[in-house]
Design a protein around this ligand. Structure first.
Ligand code: ATP
Ligand code: MG
Length: 421
């Protein structure tokens, strides 16, 4: 008995039956980003491990336990399948001098890799659309990102996604808060779980993000970053809120929102839905003014966000949003030598008229070819026998709706098909 090969756990195939939703989503997203002046950038899927350790931070879930890291046996270099896109995008911008006297609005989409426990809405290969605005101090840019995502939900026909925002303040406020947090958690060391113990001195902010119910009370009572914010931090946050109100976007402030990556400051936000169970965050982002210098570039304020494509697609499915199908307009069946030659020409002509045409391959009886035509989902069959070929005509037969078949020339066939589209 032979065993068939299976995909790697947590890494999914997208089959033709699901492809229309992906295609619809991706083309919607491209059009949307173009409408806001964002330019596409494509980075490699594989990067040096050091890039992520340096940018995302050593004591984060991603770097501690989620990265697919391996040694390139050819040169001993440690490489990692990208777990997110911001680090690569900033690396590319620096490497190619895109920030020299310039700001950039960039976007990318593609697969990301994290070694997590697979479950609904959480996979080991998943897809993100990432948007990065480099060289903008905000708060207008923070709000542009939020306003444009709200617009995308509308374009996609999605409802019930709510906005949560928070501010992480300036580096100085965070340093003071950090010191107070460490002192607080040190006083309550006996109540810390293993993760929290480990993070206590390296990344105490992340303790606030714990999912451990036994630690909730302790975390609720911990010193609040809000109390450390300087007037200008608050002014930035207030300006963001004012612009949001002016744009008519409702939001709630979630003081617990800290994000899983180290490099954020000031504004952070998440778009969340209740319709997907536990994995309800469909889009997350914020400001990361320190990242570019952290990676060796000149001081460059920046912000960005990433959407989880699988989660948004699940939402589209759940909301039964209609998406254009990918069935061809026409399936061309043909029999006989002259007919087959003409069928090639006729198919090409139909395509030149802007139609999507499947030309039957592999021979067979008219009956079996018509079965395939039906199965293809095409709206019409074009039937070509030697008689038709001789007169340069085709028989056009509607497959989805009742209607007479007609013997017409190719241009007329194209016109009739377009009329029905
Ligand atoms: P979570 O708290 O759910 O693990 P995160 O903070 O790790 O999320 P980000 O790094 O901010 O997530 O990634 C942005 C978005 O990418 C998430 O909001 C989510 O929609 C999506 N995402 C992240 N990890 C996965 C995954 N393993 N599978 C599917 N989608 C994911
Ligand atoms: Mg995560």
């Amino acid at each position: 008995m032979s065993t068939t090969l299976q995909a790697v756990r947590g890494m999914n195939d997208v089959l033709p039956v699901d492809a229309p939703r992906w295609e619809f989503f991706e083309s919607c997203v491209r059009e949307w980003l173009r409408a806001y002046g964002y330019q596409p950038i494509r980075m490699p899927i594989l990067e040096r491990t050091e890039l992520f350790v340096r940018s995302i931070g050593e004591v984060t879930d991603i770097v501690e336990k989620e990265m697919y890291t391996f040694v390139d046996t050819l040169n001993g270099e440690s490489l990692t399948l990208r777990p997110e896109g911001t680090a690569s995008c900033v690396r590319a911008a620096l490497q190619h001098n895109l920030l020299y006297n310039a700001s950039q609005r960039l976007y990318y989409m593609g697969p990301m890799f994290r070694h997590e426990r697979p479950q609904k809405g959480r996979y080991r290969q998943f897809h993100q659309v990432g948007v990065e605005s480099l060289g903008f101090a905000g708060p207008d840019m923070d709000v542009e990102h939020i306003v444009m995502t709200a617009d995308l939900w509308k374009r996609l026909g999605l409802e019930g996604i709510r906005l949560e925002i928070n501010t992480l303040g300036s580096a100085a406020a965070r340093a003071r808060h950090r010191a107070k947090l460490i002192a607080w958690f040190e006083q309550h060391q006996d109540q810390l779980d293993e993760d929290a113990q480990r993070r206590l001195h390296s990344n105490p902010l992340r303790i606030l993000d714990t999912k451990n119910p036994a630690m909730q009370a302790l975390v609720e009572a911990a010193p609040r970053l809000m109390d450390e914010l300087e007037p200008e931090d608050l002014a930035h946050f207030e300006a963001v809120q004012e612009l949001l109100r002016a744009a008519g976007i409702s939001y709630s402030i979630n003081p617990r929102l800290v994000r899983g990556l180290d490099y954020y400051n000031y504004t952070v936000f998440e778009w969340v839905t209740d319709r997907l169970g536990a994995q309800g965050t469909v889009c997350a982002g914020g400001r990361y003014d320190g990242l570019v210098t952290q990676m060796g570039g000149k001081e460059t304020p920046a912000c960005g966000f990433a959407m989880g494509v699988e989660r948004l697609l699940a939402l589209l499915e759940e909301a039964q949003v209609a998406v254009p199908d990918l069935a061809p307009d026409v399936y061309v069946v043909h029999q006989g030598e002259a007919a087959s030659r003409f069928a090639w020409q006729a198919s090409m002509q139909l395509r030149q008229h802007g139609l999507n045409v499947v030309l039957h391959c592999g021979g067979g009886s008219f009956k079996s070819q018509m079965k395939k035509a039906d199965g293809s989902g095409a709206a019409f069959a074009v039937i070509i026998g030697d008689n038709e070929a001789e007169n340069g005509q085709v028989t056009l037969k509607p497959l989805r709706e009742l209607g007479e078949q007609a013997l017409v020339d190719v241009t007329e066939a194209a016109r009739l098909i377009h009329e029905q589209k």
